[in-house]
Design a binder for this molecule. Sequence first.
Ligand SMILES: Nc1nc2c(c(=O)[nH]1)N[C@H]1C(S)=C(S)[C@@H](COP(=O)(O)O)O[C@H]1N2
Ligand SMILES: [Mo]
Length: 210
Amino acid sequence: MGHPVGRTSRDVAEPDLPPGQRLQRGWPVTHYGPVPKFRPERWEFRVFGATADGEKHCWNHEEFSALPYSSVVGDLHCVTKFSMLGAEWGGVLARDLLALAPPAPQATHVMVWAEYGFSSNLRMADFAAERTIFATHKGGELLTAEHGFPLRLVVPQLYAWKGPKWVRGVEYMTADRRGFWEERGYHNVGDPWREQRYSYQEEPGDGPEL
Ligand SMILES: Nc1nc2c(c(=O)[nH]1)N[C@H]1C(S)=C(S)[C@@H](COP(=O)(O)O)O[C@H]1N2
Ligand SMILES: [Mo]
């Protein structure tokens, strides 16, 4: 064991980086459009679409803040090639939300909706993954406005655009539909380990026809 002579510890730590990614010191801010202003009295989180009971489920900010709190460790991989590894995220697990507002059996995908109509589509399996989390905190501290306060989705096993900041709801879908970046040339699935960056790389079954 130990590090091979002549190599730095950085070299041996890289297996956590997906192909084509590089480590980023600090935490840059990346998004399209302005940072929305948080108005607690107008904020609500909605789960709608193909729910098991056919109803829409809503939480105001106070109610959402009272949901079970969990934390996970997960990476952010931006498709522009920087990665942040091993961040600790706190908030509500997507799994817990699925239990609180169950989808109909026919629901196969979700659209995650954020302020200003930003959206991102996910396969139900990615949404229900162990570490998919609606984060309110990072490293034990509340998110800042530019990083998504009061709520952002983190899906550690996919590229970071799959996790909207300023998230406001989830639509359960019985067929796949492209979200904001998925309609604009990015891969429908977005697995960084398979380097699924762009829609031209898609194979049959990866997403709806373009
Ligand atoms: N609402 C919204 N969420 C978004 C985006 C966006 O444009 N709008 N960009 C995504 C992209 S491409 C990345 S890399 C991450 C960046 O998160 P950060 O700014 O906290 O590093 O946010 C994601 N979530
Ligand atoms: Mo990104």
